[in-house]
Write a protein that binds this ligand. Structure first.
Ligand SMILES: *Cc1c(COP(=O)(O)O)cnc(C)c1O
Length: 323
C-alpha cells in the first residue's frame, strides 16, 4: 500500500482537471488536461509528485544535500533544486553538455535556485552517471555532508509511487464530480516513472482506463522491457496485484522527432494549436510531442468519441531556452 510509504507533502495537490472543450470539439473526443504543470514548487511539473517520496527518505537519512542528474534543460533538476531549498538543503546536479555563455530556460532557474551544477560533455553520460553520482556522494560525505542520490527523472519504483497516487487523485476527482472514468490517459514517457506509476495506479483505481505513453527519447530506459519492469516493481511496492509483459503496454515510439530534447515540427505545431485553442503552453521536449502523438493516435489507437485525459507534465521553461 502506498499509504505505508512515507512522503513529505510538496506542491499543490490535487492539481486541476482542465476541460479542453475547444480542442475536444475540433478533435472529435471529450478532452481534459490533468494540470500537473501547476504542481507549484519551483515552477511546477511532474517531478514534484515523485520528489515527495525521495525527500521523505532523504530526511530520514538526515541528508544535507540532494544529488541528481539530467539533461542541461532538465525540469527534474530544477524541481529538485527548489525542493532542496524549501527544505534547507543544498543540491548538486550532474548535467549533460556544456554550460552555455548565457544560461536560459531551466538553467537560468537552476542558478536562481542556487543549484550547484557540474557539466559532463560526453556521449556515454547515461551509462556513467550513476557511478558519478555515487562518487560525488562519497566525496561529500568524506567532507562531513550527508548526501542523498535521486535517480535521473526521479524514476525508480519509489518515485513512481507519486503517479500511483495521481491515479488515486484522478479517481477521487471524477467520483466527486460524478464524472465517468476516462477511456484513455495520454502521457509522456521519458525516464518512465510517470507512465509506470499511472499504469500501476490505474490498475487499482481506474481499471477501465488505458494509459497511452508517447515516448520522447531513444534512451534504453525508455524501452518496452524497462517500462514493464518499472511498472511491475512499482505495482509490487504499491501493493497492486497486477503484472505486465513488455507487449501488454500501450507505448508509441513514433513521435520522438529528431532526438531527445530537439524540437519536432509536429510537436511545435501541437504547442501552437494548444496555445491558440486553450491558452495553455506546452513544451518542445515532452508535452508538445506528446500532444502531437495524441492527435496522430485519433481514429487508430484512440477511437473517435473517446473520453481522454492528457497529462500536462510541465516543462514550459524550455520554451525560453536559447542555445
Ligand atoms: C520528466 C518529464 C516528463 C517525463 O516523465 P518521466 O517520468 O521521466 O517519463 C514529461 N514531461 C516533462 C515536462 C518532464 O519534465
Amino acid at each position: 500500500m502506498t499509504d505505508q510509504v512515507d512522503l513529505v507533502p510538496l506542491g499543490f495537490f490535487p492539481t486541476p482537471i482542465d476541460n479542453w472543450e475547444n480542442l475536444g470539439r475540433e478533435l472529435g473526443i471529450s478532452l481534459s488536461a490533468k494540470r500537473d504543470d501547476l504542481s507549484g514548487l519551483g515552477g511546477g511539473g511532474n517531478k514534484i509528485r515523485k520528489l515527495q517520496y525521495f525527500l521523505a527518505e532523504a530526511k530520514a537519512e538526515k541528508a544535507t544535500i540532494l544529488i541528481t542528474a539530467g539533461a542541461a534543460q532538465s525540469n527534474h533538476v530544477r524541481q529538485t533544486a527548489a525542493v532542496a531549498r524549501k527544505h534547507g538543503m543544498r543540491s548538486l546536479a550532474l548535467l549533460r553538455g556544456q554550460l552555455p555563455p548565457n544560461p536560459s530556460g531551466n538553467l537560468l532557474l537552476d542558478e536562481l535556485l542556487g543549484a550547484e551544477l557540474e557539466f559532463h560533455d560526453r556521449d556515454d553520460f547515461n551509462a556513467i552517471v550513476v557511478d558519478l553520482m555515487l562518487e560525488r556522494k562519497a566525496e561529500l560525505e568524506a567532507s562531513g555532508e550527508r548526501a542523498y542520490v535521486i535517480p535521473i527523472g526521479g524514476s525508480s519504483p519509489l518515485g513512481a509511487l507519486g503517479y500511483v497516487e495521481c491515479a488515486k487523485e484522478l479517481r477521487e476527482q471524477f467520483d466527486a464530480q460524478r464524472q465517468r472514468h476516462p477511456d484513455y490517459i495520454v502521457v509522456a514517457m521519458g525516464s518512465g516513472g510517470t507512465f509506470a506509476g499511472l499504469v500501476a495506479g490505474c490498475a487499482r483505481y481506474l481499471p477501465n482506463t488505458q494509459v497511452l505513453g508517447i515516448v520522447i527519447t531513444t534512451a534504453s530506459f525508455a524501452s518496452r522491457e524497462c517500462a514493464a519492469s518499472l511498472a511491475n516493481d512499482t505495482a509490487r511496492l504499491a501493493g497492486v496485484d497486477r503484472r505486465w509483459d513488455a507487449e501488454d503496454l500501450l507505448l508509441n515510439y513514433d513521435h520522438i522527432g529528431p532526438e531527445y530534447g530537439i524540437a519536432s515540427k509536429e510537436g511545435n505545431a501541437a504547442i501552437r494549436k494548444v496555445a491558440e485553442a486553450e491558452g495553455v503552453f506546452l513544451d518542445p521536449t515532452y508535452t508538445g510531442k506528446v500532444f502531437a502523438g495524441l492527435i496522430a493516435s485519433l481514429g487508430a489507437t484512440i477511437p473517435a468519441g473517446s473520453d481522454v485525459i492528457f497529462v500536462h507534465t510541465g516543462g514550459s521553461p524550455a520554451l525560453f531556452a536559447r542555445g
